[in-house]
Design a protein around this ligand. Structure first.
Ligand code: ZN
Ligand code: ZN
Length: 410
């Protein structure tokens, strides 16, 4: 085995051990582009070595996805087969581990009728409600990772030959995931501990507001709900098993108070969403709701994205990532949210992670009143810049610099 092949196996092992922490007798579902079958095989080997009961694989393919959106009969986009929902409900209920390999061509659905994309997103959103709710509350361990495909690598490195671009993207992914030929699992633990230090400090400060400002035009006041807490790095499932939902990850995050975000927020990187690129966009937010949105590219896709349901026009995540994070320092625009969100402070519109104390047994209405947003969507978008400042305002009114010039002030 040459070096890079060994590193890929190390990466698969990191995902199985740290990302999902597969337990003896547990099942694993892998969602993977068929082009990355080699990587799914590595993950499968690592999973069985860890005592996995059975590995189930769901293949996807950009070509087939695009062909379906272009040529399938119109009403298929309003429909998800009941057996698909039953599968997701079944594996999530038993607590199977869930691995998603995100490696799409960022412009795969460019030129497709946006109405088809939108209707299908709504149909899927409804059909996967139970599954998503279990995922957002860590009922089962889940992990998002990425491996190169030819089309994705070519979009990131357009001037390179395809094989070189794939190799270069592999190298960057492995670097970002701290897979360096040493002990990747140990590296990951150390990294997670560092993220936990910021989590602890932010929890200690218990800010009431965060005020974002930069020269790009962002000027946003975000209230954090009473009882919120920050999270980042390794988390626990409801059953108490440690896992890591994103590999790589550089973020610490919490939720904003649903109806108390006000001002303007300007995106700092393009957003790849539903097979389209949305770039140079901003939102104006009043009492938590996006009341104005505009993108220079992908405007129709953006407007559809914040309209899939009522909660899609409210925010569900506040995440802090230093401008000097290793992924950001690479200077590469990955056109893949898993990487771009971990190179930049970001928000998500849509469903909130319930990073809130005292939520047990509460109804959706009660949680909403506590400040939690509900939606069938959850879309991270990047807003961090070199000059971003974030000021924390405590309950007694004292102000504390949280970010100065794009990086943590503490
Ligand atoms: Zn995030
Ligand atoms: Zn998110």
């Amino acid at each position: 085995m040459n070096d890079i092949e060994q590193l890929k196996a190390d990466y698969a092992e990191l995902i199985i051990k740290e990302g999902l922490n597969i337990q003896k007798g547990q099942r694993l579902v892998i969602n993977c582009p068929v082009e990355c079958a080699d990587f799914a095989r590595l993950c499968t080997d690592a999973a069985y070595s860890a005592g996995c009961r059975e590995v189930l694989v769901r293949w996807s393919d950009d070509y087939l996805t695009r062909a379906r959106f272009l040529h399938a009969e119109n009403d298929v986009f309003d429909h998800v087969d009941p057996w698909d929902t039953a599968f997701l409900d079944g594996v999530s209920e038993e607590g199977a581990a869930w691995l998603a390999v995100h490696a799409e061509n960022p412009a795969n659905l460019n030129g497709v009728d946006p109405d088809r994309i939108n209707r299908y997103q709504i149909a899927r959103g409804k059909a996967t409600e139970k599954f998503r709710q279990r995922e957002m509350t860590n009922y089962f361990p889940w992990c998002v990772c990425s491996v190169p495909t030819g089309a994705w690598a070519a979009a990131v490195f357009p001037d390179m030959e395809k094989e070189d671009a794939i190799l270069k993207l592999w190298e960057e992914i492995l670097k970002a995931c701290l897979v360096d030929g040493g002990n990747a699992v140990e590296n990951w633990h150390k990294h997670s501990d560092e993220l936990h230090r910021h989590v602890e400090m932010l929890n200690e400060y218990n800010f009431r507001y965060l005020h974002y400002k930069n020269a790009a035009g962002t000027d946003l006041m975000v209230e954090l709900p009473e009882g919120h807490f920050w999270a980042g790095g390794n988390e626990n499932t409801q059953g108490g098993v440690q896992f890591s939902a994103n590999i790589p990850t550089e973020e610490v995050f919490t939720l904003p108070k649903r109806d108390s975000v006000n001002g303007k927020i300007v995106a700092s990187k393009p957003l790849v969403h539903n097979g389209n690129i949305i770039s140079n966009f901003y939102f104006i937010v009043k009492d938590g709701r996006i009341i104005e949105a505009h993108a220079e590219e992908g405007d129709e896709i953006l407007k559809a994205a914040i309209s899939v349901d009522e909660g899609a026009s409210y925010f569900g995540e506040v995440a802090l990532v230093p401008y000097d994070s290793p992924i950001s320092e690479s200077g590469i625009l990955f056109l893949n949210t898993l990487f771009d969100e971990n190179a930049s402070c970001h928000f998500a519109f849509g469903e909130a992670y319930p990073c809130l104390k005292g939520t047990d047994g509460k109804s959706e209405e009660e949680l909403k009143a506590m400040g939690v947003n509900f939606s069938m969507t959850h879309v991270d978008f990047m807003i961090g810049t070199r000059d971003l400042s974030i000021t924390g305002i405590r309950h007694d009114g004292t102000e504390v610099p949280v970010f100065v010039n794009g990086n943590f002030a503490f």
